[in-house]
Design a protein around this ligand. Structure first.
Ligand code: TXA
Ligand code: MG
Length: 327
C-alpha cells in the first residue's frame, strides 16, 4: 500500500544549523535525505527498526533488501563489521569515497536485522562529502541510506530530484546542490575472496590494482542487490542503447557529440568532450530531463573503460524490459 503523502518535507541548508536539525531528526527516528558524492541518500538511524521500516514504506520498496550503513570513519566502520586484510586495504585506499564494503557483521553491532535483511553481513561506507560526514558525526550512529528515490526509479543527484520522488513522505532534505560522482558506489563483498557486487564510482581497475589481483564477479547468491535486477534505474520513456542514429520521435542522450544534430526531440550530451567522469556526474539528471520531455531516448555508445563500465551498467538497466508492476 502506498503511504499517504502527507508529511511536510522541509529543505534544510547545509550549514551548521541545518546539519544539526537533520541530525536531531535522524536521532528521533525520522527520515532525512542528504547528499553524498554519489547520489542523495534517504537516511535513517540504523539502530532503529521503526525508522528503517519507514524507509521501505517511503520508497515503496517491494521487499526488504539490505541497506548500506554510512559511518564517518574507518574506526566507526570497524565497530560494526569485521575487516579482513583485503577489506582493510580497500577501506584505507578508497575511504572516504564511493566504495561500499560488505563484511561480516560484528556481534556487538547494534544495526538492526531489518537493515541487514537478516544477513550475517553488513554493507558499510564512508562517503566523501563534507555535509554527509558532518551529519554522520552529529548523528553519532550509523545511518542507513539507500538512494533517495522511489523503488526502481532513477537515483537522485540533486535535492530537487529528491523532492520529485519523495515530497510528502520524508521529513527533510539537506540540500547541497548536485552530487559530483553522479552514480552509486561500487560494492565489493569481503566475506572471503573479494567479489564485485555492483560496479560504481570506484573503477574495477582501481580496486584490482589496490588488491594486486583480479576481482571475482558476482555469480549468484542469496542476495540479489536491487541494483542487480535487470530493470532498475528505469525512466518511463523507452531507452535505446548504442544508437548509431536517433529516430524522429526520440530525444538524444549523447556522448562526445557523435549524435549532434540528430532527432527532432530534446538533445543532451553527457560530455561534449568525451570525459567519462563528467558523463557519470550528468547521467541521472540528463536521463530524468529527457524522460520528462521525450517519447523515447536514443543513447550514444559509451566506452566501457573506468567509470564507463558503471555508466553502461546503469543504462542497460534503464533500457531493460520493465516488469509490469512492483518495480
Ligand atoms: O552510492 C551509494 O551506494 C548510495 C549512497 C546513498 O550511499 N546508496 C545506495 O544504496 O545506492 P541502495 O540501497 O540503493 O543500494 C545498496 C545496495 C543494494 O543493492 C543492496 O542489495 C546491497 O547494497 N547490499 C546491502 N547490504 C548488503 C549485504 N549485506 N550483502 C550484499 N549486498 C548488500
Ligand atoms: Mg538505489
Amino acid at each position: 500500500m502506498l503511504p499517504a503523502d502527507t508529511i511536510e518535507t522541509r529543505l534544510l541548508s547545509p550549514d551548521a544549523a541545518g546539519i544539526a536539525q537533520a541530525a536531531a531528526l535522524l536521532r528521533a527516528g525520522r527520515l532525512v535525505a542528504f547528499p553524498t558524492e554519489t547520489v542523495y541518500g534517504l537516511g535513517a538511524d540504523a539502530r532503529d527498526a521503526g525508522a528503517v521500516a519507514a524507509i521501505y514504506a517511503a520508497k515503496c520498496r517491494p521487499s526488504f533488501n539490505p541497506l548500506i550503513a554510512h559511518v564517518a570513519d574507518i574506526d566507526a566502520a570497524r565497530r560494526e563489521g569485521r575487516f579482513d586484510a583485503d577489506a582493510l586495504r580497500l577501506a584505507d585506499a578508497f575511504w572516504p569515497g564511493p566504495l561500499t564494503l560488505v563484511v561480516p557483521a560484528d556481534p556487538a553491532s547494534r544495526i538492526v536485522d531489518l537493515a541487514r535483511a537478516g544477513l550475517e553481513s553488513v554493507a558499510l561506507r564512508v562517503p566523501d562529502h563534507p555535509v554527509a560526514l558532518d551529519l554522520l558525526r552529529a548523528a553519532d550512529r550509523p545511518i542507513v541510506a539507500p538512494s533517495a528515490n522511489r523503488s526502481g526509479r532513477i537515483s537522485p543527484t540533486s535535492a530537487r530530484h529528491v523532492m520529485e520522488e519523495l515530497a510528502g513522505r520524508i521529513d527533510a532534505i539537506l540540500d547541497d546542490g548536485p552530487t559530483t560522482v553522479g552514480l552509486e558506489s561500487t560494492i565489493v563483498s569481503c566475506l572471503g575472496e573479494p567479489v564485485l557486487l555492483r560496479c560504481g564510482g570506484v573503477s574495477v581497475e582501481a580496486i584490482e590494482a589496490c588488491l594486486g589481483r583480479r576481482l571475482a564477479a558476482a555469480s549468484q547468491g542469496p542476495v540479489v542487490a536491487p541494483g542487480m535486477l535487470a530493470s532498475h534505474y528505469a525512466p518511463d520513456a523507452p531507452v535505446r542503447l548504442a544508437a548509431a542514429a536517433a529516430l524522429p520521435h526520440e530525444g538524444v542522450l549523447d556522448f562526445g557529440g557523435i549524435l549532434a544534430g540528430q532527432g527532432a526531440g530534446p538533445y543532451l550530451d553527457l560530455s561534449a568532450s568525451g570525459d567519462l567522469i563528467e558523463a557519470a556526474a550528468n547521467l541521472f539528471a540528463h536521463l530524468r530531463r529527457l524522460d520528462g520531455t521525450a517519447a523515447g531516448i536514443a543513447v550514444a555508445p559509451i566506452p566501457r573503460t573506468g567509470i564507463g563500465l558503471a555508466i553502461n551498467d546503469r543504462l542497460a538497466r534503464a533500457a531493460a524490459p520493465r516488469p509490469s508492476a512492483g518495480r
